[in-house]
Design a protein around this ligand. Structure first.
Ligand code: KG4
Ligand code: ZN
Length: 336
């Protein structure tokens, strides 16, 4: 691939319509994100049908804006990339159809990208010199996993959630506390002013590198319901701080142990929950104690965005694994 390879990337897997222009997988020229959070807030979560309809309305302008901000025209672009899974079927369909149309009309290569590879690549944009191998802690609304990233396109999941994802758990705790959607940032904000002084259940972890969050979620919900039934006030700040600390401690401990056991010296965090301040701070500290370097993405590359897809697309195309044709279809349950 010649130097200066420009990819126009599209991401519509959930409720963000996004388009970016990324050069050589590392330099982001533009990254337009049109979020639907305000639309879904009143429903308390993402409504898939509403999300896909809003992607259709937004996508054309988002793509045009990405080109304008990058000061480029379509003719300057070398390839088109798109997230084809995992995600909501209707939402993915909008991005995949649009990208296929664009690639066909302009006779440019089409690159299909796994959303999770994108989240990992958010770190390649943040740290231009970062290279595999490393241990990745993936924490998003749909996934929680410890991944051994041997190379750009070779990954092995060594720890996984057995039930809920950590972001989902933050969202549900926020809901029971009446904080609204999306819950993660709201729980995190309240936790700043609280004390981690509540033990919801007795610790009993026999899961190795795996996680289970549904028990934690239920423990918090039961705690809240008991107080409500007794007519007592909810110490929301302390509940948030205790829950957040409980979850973060486990993520930090298992990720660090996995890194040491694998003989690696780098930990990389990816996914929406990587925006969590406590997680970033605790993991940095624990890694430092163990002579491990810790990398966290810039905030704009934590939650869903197309720039991370453009970076992952570059490495997929380079390794000859991402090239797609007009038969490309969305894969809602695509795994790593
Ligand atoms: O990666 P992402 O944008 O979407 C998926 O691919 O799932 O992650 C969204 C998740 C949501 O569950 C949201 O509550 C959570 O990331 N999140 C946070 C924070 N910011 C976003 N969780 C905890 N603390 C945060 N600051
Ligand atoms: Zn995501």
């Amino acid at each position: 691939m010649s130097k200066g390879f420009k990819i126009l990337s599209i991401e519509t897997s959930c409720d963000e319509t996004s388009c970016a222009v990324v050069v050589d997988g590392r330099v982001c020229l533009s990254n337009i994100v049109s979020s639907q959070i305000d639309i879904h807030t009143r429903f308390g979560g993402v409504v898939p049908e509403v999300a896909s309809r809003n992607h259709i309305t937004a996508i054309d302008n988002v793509v045009k804006l990405a080109l304008i901000e990058a000061k480029l025209e379509l003719k300057d672009i070398d390839a088109i990339a798109v997230t084809y899974g995992a995600g909501l079927i209707g939402s993915l369909l909008v991005g995949v159809s649009y990208a296929k149309g664009l690639a066909y009309a302009t006779c440019k290569p089409l690159i299909a990208v796994n959303h999770i590879y994108g989240h990992i690549a958010g770190n390649y944009l943040t740290y231009p010199k970062l290279e595999p191998p490393f241990i990745c802690l993936l924490v998003s609304g749909g996934h929680t996993a410890i991944i051994k990233v041997q190379d750009y396109n070779h990954h092995e999941i060594i720890g996984n959630t057995l039930d809920d994802a950590v972001g989902e758990c933050f969202d549900k705790v926020a809901r029971v506390l009446g904080l609204g959607y999306p819950g993660g940032p709201k729980v995190s904000k309240l936790a700043e002013n609280g004390q981690a002084n509540i033990q919801f259940t007795k610790p009993n972890d026999t899961l190795g590198y795996n996680f289970s969050f549904s028990g934690k979620k239920t423990a918090v919900i039961n705690y809240v319901h008991k107080l409500e039934q007794a007519g007592k006030p909810l110490p929301k700040e302390d509940i948030c701080a205790s829950f957040e600390t409980w979850v973060v401690d486990e993520l930090v401990e298992k990720t660090t142990r996995a890194c040491i056991d694998c003989g690696y010296d780098k930990i990389v965090v990816a996914g929406g929950v990587s925006a969590n301040t406590r997680l970033r701070k605790e993991l940095m500290e624990k890694a430092k104690e163990n002579n491990i370097s810790c990398f966290v993405p810039k905030f704009e590359y934590c939650t869903d965005n197309a720039a991370m897809i453009g970076s992952a697309a570059y490495y997929a195309y380079q390794d000859g694994v991402g090239l797609a044709d007009m038969s490309l279809a969305p894969k809602p349950s695509l795994s790593l």
